[in-house]
Design a protein around this ligand. Structure first.
Ligand code: NAD
Length: 544
């Protein structure tokens, strides 16, 4: 794809309508953030925006040629056909990486992937909703704020978080820690990733020296100054070395791509390129070594937990991998149940929007709207000024802000008005992470330990997708886990285009009410009283 980041917003109208053009820009924007653009891999080891380059070209052609009343159907990143569906139908429908239950294993996925029959979309790569590390930064920040509230009297000043992985999403950890006032020591095995995070403003500085990293961390902690440090090394080696020196961090987590033993976690004693070579020559041996290293890594986290550190998994299947090697890994809690689910029960989750004009001024206008319109949302009130100060924009200007049921539709309608009046210079795409109240079943992450035991019931995200499609959302996607996540998750994605039309008002009202509405009903159905209260307050009809 020839278009570069800064050019996306400056394109003229290449499609037959602004909705198609907006989705094309979302695709281009997602690719502009890719960790490995040549392979169309956006993040999480293997999550792709399109099956291959031929499929990508056809998708672009389809988006430029299709009419507003048509629907493009995409199967695992490959366009299948365009159907005449009507004015209120989605423009794009996708199913990415879904396998029939008994066949949903990583081995079968890799086999199909090799034969070019499937691609994993991650959560937001395959359905073109990725906005770079900003997309995860508020989730990590909210988690750390909740950690601070529960364990450290509301303040992370002078507190040390040790973590690993500075990839597409893990790269948000240092910035989120600094925003929350703490000190982050992030172990990363790939020097290029450290450089990339420093260059993008997400990480303050990096070093190859453990002594230097510790000295920087101690100095910042003593001064109670927020700081972020990247340390080149392998987590399975560096964490035990830190323990040997008697360090007990305040907070420990991890965001290596440990879910994938072939594409995600570099075993101890190997460089990233040696791991790639072993993947080609003996993938089983690579997986065996990766799992053994993860076991060492998690044993260290458990020892720290026993010594008093606050330890949690951040949703990379690290515990499941270690448990396969006999480690008692599930003594470590998952962050969602512990810190985030109370927000989900109120329909609060990672809502985000993208200014397809490419103009930062459009995001500034919407920032002001959020602060003005939602005085009772303390998350947004604290987040927007913090994000303005800390988040350096990349790609199309965008913003994430956790908004609740009702707030999302209200904001999108106001923005649609502002597009109509010309206050905003172009259409705005509204979307969200799949990690959202209505978007996902993942029994080892978002839906771990549901009170009624419904952790693995995947009817919920499938209903979410059907409902969003019925509501006329512009893009609706059904994703299942690929690579190491095969068999572990089912999720749904949705995108709405505010192009200033009355039709967009209708789509926004219906879909953004449905999207979080089914989410709060899901948690109410599972037995959460706060969710039941949110459903009653919403005025939606519920048969619970
Ligand atoms: P990525 O593939 O872009 O980056 C992974 C990083 O880990 C790479 O930079 C890699 O070099 C590094 N790494 C691998 N092995 C290492 C080791 N042994 N020691 C130190 N560094 C090592 O992946 P990503 O997009 O950053 O995602 C990371 C993981 O976090 C994934 O498993 C993803 O699914 C998970 N995640 C979950 C959520 C959530 O919703 N809870 C959010 C973000 C990320």
């Amino acid at each position: 794809m020839a278009i570069t980041t800064s050019e996306i917003g400056k394109q003229g109208l290449r499609c037959r309508g602004p909705r198609q053009e907006t989705l094309l820009r979302m695709l281009e924007n997602t690719l502009s953030h890719a960790e490995r653009p040549d392979d169309l891999i956006v993040y999480a080891g293997l999550a792709k925006a399109a099956r291959d380059h031929a499929a990508l070209e056809k998708i672009v052609r389809a988006l430029t040629e299709m009419e507003e009343h048509e629907t493009l159907v995409i199967q695992s990143g490959k366009p299948i056909g365009v159907f005449p569906t009507g004015a209120r139908a989605p423009l794009v429908l996708m199913a990415n990486s879904n396998l029939v239950g008994r066949w949903a294993t990583s081995e079968h996925f890799y086999e199909l992937e090799k034969r070019g029959l499937i691609a994993w979309g991650g959560y937001t790569a395959g359905d073109w909703q990725y906005i770079g590390s900003q997309g995860i930064v508020q989730g990590t920040y909210q988690t750390l704020v909740a950690v601070a509230d529960e364990h450290f009297g509301g303040d992370l000043a002078g507190r040390l978080m040790v973590t690993a992985g500075l990839g597409g999403m893990g790269g948000a950890q240092p910035l989120a820690t600094v925003m929350a006032g703490g000190v982050a020591l992030c172990v990363e095995v790939d020097a290029d990733r450290i450089k990339r995070r420093v260059d993008s403003g997400y990480l303050e500085r990096g070093t190859e020296s453990l002594d230097e990293a510790l000295a920087w961390a101690r100095e910042a902690m003593d001064a109670k100054r927020p700081a972020s440090i990247g340390l080149l090394g392998n987590a399975a080696e560096v964490l035990p070395a830190l323990r040997e020196r008697g360090l007990v961090p305040d907070v420990v987590t991890d965001q290596t791509a440990a879910h994938d033993l072939r594409y995600g976690y570099v075993p101890a004693g190997m460089s990233p390129s040696e791991a790639v070579d072993l993947r080609d020559s003996d993938p089983e041996e690579l997986a065996r070594r990766a799992r053994a290293s993860i076991a060492t890594h998690v044993e260290c986290m458990l020892a720290w937990q026993d010594a008093g550190s606050v330890v949690f998994e951040y949703g990379n299947n690290l515990r499941a991998q270690a448990a396969e090697n006999g480690v008692d890994a599930f003594r470590i809690p998952i962050f969602v149940e512990r810190y985030i689910r109370p927000l989900f029960c109120r329909g609060l989750g990672p809502f985000r929007w993208v200014a397809t004009s490419g103009e930062q001024a459009d995001i500034d206008v919407i920032d002001d709207l959020v602060v003005r319109e939602f005085p009772d949302n303390p998350l947004a009130q604290r987040w927007i000024p913090t994000a303005r100060e800390f988040v350096r924009q990349a790609g199309l200007p965008s913003r994430i802000s956790w908004l609740a049921h009702g707030e999302r539709a209200k904001l999108a309608l106001l923005v649609n008005d502002a597009v109509r009046s010309g206050e905003l210079r172009g259409p705005v795409a509204f979307t969200r992470d799949h990690l959202d109240p209505g978007g996902v079943s993942q029994p080892l992450r978002e839906t771990e330990n549901m009170p009624d035991g419904s952790d693995a019931v995947s009817d919920w995200p499938l209903l979410n997708a059907l409902l969003n499609a019925g509501s006329g959302a512009d893009l609706v996607a059904i994703h299942a886990g690929g690579g190491g996540y095969a068999g572990y998750m089912q999720s749904a994605g949705v995108t709405l285009v505010a192009d200033g039309t009355a039709a967009a008002d209708d789509r926004i009202t219906a879909a953004l009410t449905a999207d979080t509405g089914i989410g709060i009903m899901r948690y109410a159905d599972a037995g959460y009283e706060t969710a039941a209260d949110a459903v009653h307050a919403s005025g939606l009809r519920w048969f619970g």
